[in-house]
Ligand binder design. Structure first.
Ligand SMILES: *Cc1c(COP(=O)(O)O)cnc(C)c1O
Length: 406
């Protein structure tokens, strides 16, 4: 019997029981974590849910790998010097990602701010203390971005006091560059919406001796993106740690040129009087991020992909024969590259708006979060679920859609 068939035959056993995962009882016992001493979510009255939506910060991102939680536990009982830890962890991270240097930041957003701060200040703490007030300091103050790469997260750049100059063509870049230009910033997830390619962007930076930075926050998988842009020649590469890598949600990486990483650290804790003082990463998260990266890189990525697909197939097969329901599996080309199930339905057949369905799934037990795309369209991903949860989602979705049949 195939694993998938085995799973199909199981009824809905509560998650946490290894039996729901098709494990033997001894495996199940080993896989079942000891009951926590306190149920703090319950105590606080905070709703928990099955995340069938994806790595959204407002849904607290992703669940840390067990190895990360263990590393956090194991390192929480001793002190060390923050800078020494960043040096040593940074060396390991740089070696893994084929970067010259690296540092653990408080997420991708802070990597962007700190990376740019370093470009502006170099190794001068007095300059760092002046940010975000650049006028009259002699520091540069402009960042060039392609119009197609406009995104709210560019606030991470303007936090330093810099202004953004938008361009469309290579010619525009050549004209926009002046002695105030600090950085050429590139957004991988919207790279198909700009006219200038990655390689051209890097070449422009090299030609004019201006650093280039790329935001690849949500761009693993594929795992190769962890080193691709370092090898391509971007001077700084910023990524989230708490998305697909399942490191601490409040961690990320700034990778790149040795001098620029050192300069970025001038604005980082433990140093005060900096715009980065509030972007602290504790020792446990620094080590947790390192372990997340190391372990993520060693994953069997094909196997993981097949598991995500199998979960999507489980949900899809439960609902695809419901009258008026149309299902389709798509994989985004850029950002959050994971099998994504799109469910739409004819409103004559299923008397339910996507908002009503979202609310019903949310109100159920266990609560489930999906993405509401408006009208009669929802989408589901399975990559941040725990194994077995897809069966609950499949059943609940089937029940709600069937109940609403005209
Ligand atoms: C998630 C995201 C960020 C912010 O990353 P954090 O790690 O949450 O700070 C920045 N840019 C893009 C494109 C993102 O998707």
């Amino acid at each position: 019997m195939k694993r998938r068939d085995a799973l199909k035959n199981l009824s809905l056993i509560p998650i946490g029981s290894g039996l729901a995962l098709g494990l033997s009882s001894t495996e199940a016992a080993a896989a079942t974590p000891p009951a926590p001493k306190r149920d703090l979510f319950k105590e606080l009255g905070v709703r928990t849910f099955i995340n069938a939506a994806g790595t959204y910060t407002f849904m607290t991102g992703s669940l840390m790998q067990d190895e990360v939680v263990e590393a956090i536990q194991a390192t929480s009982r001793q002190f060390c010097l923050l800078d020494e830890l960043q040096d040593k962890a940074g060396e390991k991270i740089a070696a893994l990602t084929k970067a010259q240097s690296a540092v653990v930041t408080a997420g991708c957003f802070s990597a962007i701010t700190l990376g740019l701060a370093g470009v502006l200040t170099g190794n001068d703490p007095e300059k760092a203390a002046k940010l975000p007030h650049l006028e009259g300091t002699g520091m540069k103050s402009e960042v060039i971005i392609q119009k197609g790469h406009m995104i709210g997260y560019s606030q991470a750049l303007t936090n330093t006091g810099c202004k953004i100059v938008y361009v469309e063509t290579i010619d525009d870049v050549e004209k926009a560059i002046n002695d105030k230009t600090a950085l050429l910033w590139f957004l991988n997830v919207q790279s198909d919406q700009g006219q200038i390619t990655h390689e051209q962007w890097v070449a422009l930076g090299k030609k004019h001796n201006i650093p280039t930075m790329i935001d690849i926050a949500a761009d693993v998988p594929p795992v190769s993106n962890l080193w691709k842009f370092n090898e391509m020649g971007f001077d700084l590469v910023c990524i989230s740690g708490g998305k697909a890598m399942r490191g601490p949600q409040s961690a990320g990486l700034l990778m790149g040129r040795k001098d620029l990483i050192a300069a970025a650290r001038v604005s980082m804790p433990p140093r005060g009087s900096t715009i980065g003082r509030g972007m602290k990463v504790n020792k446990e998260e620094i080590i947790g991020m390192y372990v997340a990266l190391e372990h993520y890189m060693a994953y069997d990525h094909d196997k993981e992909w097949k598991e995500w697909e199998a979960r999507v197939a489980t949900i899809r097969s439960a609902i695809q024969n419901i009258n008026g329901v149309i299902t389709e599996v798509k994989v985004p080309k850029l950002g959050n590259v994971t099998p994504t199930l799109h469910v739409t339905w004819q409103k004559e057949s299923v008397k339910l708006t996507s908002k009503e369905l979202q609310e019903k799934l949310r109100a159920g037990s266990p609560s489930i979060e999906i993405v509401n795309n408006g009208d009669e369209h929802i989408s589901i991903t399975t990559w941040v679920m725990r194994a077995g949860e897809e069966k609950i989602v499949a059943q609940r979705l089937k029940d709600e859609l069937s109940a609403a049949l005209a």
